[in-house]
Design a protein around this ligand. Structure first.
Ligand SMILES: [Zn+2]
Length: 186
């Protein structure tokens, strides 16, 4: 009995330790070919609805996690890959949404997640988001740009990329950081 315990207990410990560091992030399968020079542009609706600073906070949140990824602001719409709008998007209970697009050789865009990204659109749903403070909306925007980068939802409840944002997952954690590195490298 003692001998069995000496073997089984360490095996159990190894299992518990390895299972506790299992990542649970999801990836869409798509990515940007220029992750180091991504630009975002805010439509005037973002400022007029009062989301300018939380958008800036959220959109730059992932910078520095992977050395390959850098996102910065531009005031020139035509030079931006990621375009951000605010308004009533007719989606109950949703803070915001994101959609990515590829572009073919004719310049035509198609919505897709499992593709080479050429553009991304993020929409802030004002009827829901207006009820929350800047910290929450900054987290929401960081979550949405996580989608823009190619990251799907995580099963880890306190991950930024968990399917819903609350007070317990307003910041990136190890699982989110592992996701972006899995796509673009360290
Ligand atoms: Zn999401």
């Amino acid at each position: 009995m003692k001998k069995i315990a000496r073997v089984v207990v360490p095996m159990l410990l190894v299992f518990l330790i390895s299972s506790s560091i299992t990542y649970a992030y999801g990836l869409y399968g798509g990515s940007w070919s220029n992750p180091g020079s991504l630009k975002y542009w805010k439509d005037q609706s973002v400022t007029s609805y009062g989301y300018s600073s939380s958008t800036d906070n959220g959109l730059t949140n992932w910078n520095g996690v992977s050395s390959k990824v850098s996102i910065s602001s531009t005031s020139t719409e035509s030079s931006a890959e990621i375009k951000i709008y605010a308004g009533d998007i007719n989606k109950d209970g949703v803070y915001a949404d994101a959609l990515n697009y590829s572009r073919n050789w004719l310049g035509q865009v198609t919505a897709c997640w499992d593709c080479n990204y050429a553009a991304s659109r993020i929409r802030i749903n004002d009827p829901v988001s207006k009820k929350y403070n800047n910290q929450r909306i900054s987290a929401v925007m960081a979550h949405e740009v996580g989608h823009s980068l190619g990251i799907n939802h995580s099963a880890v409840t306190n991950a930024l990329m968990y399917e819903s944002i609350g007070s317990s997952n307003e910041a990136r954690i190890w699982d989110d950081n592992a996701a972006i590195k899995a796509i673009y490298g360290n």
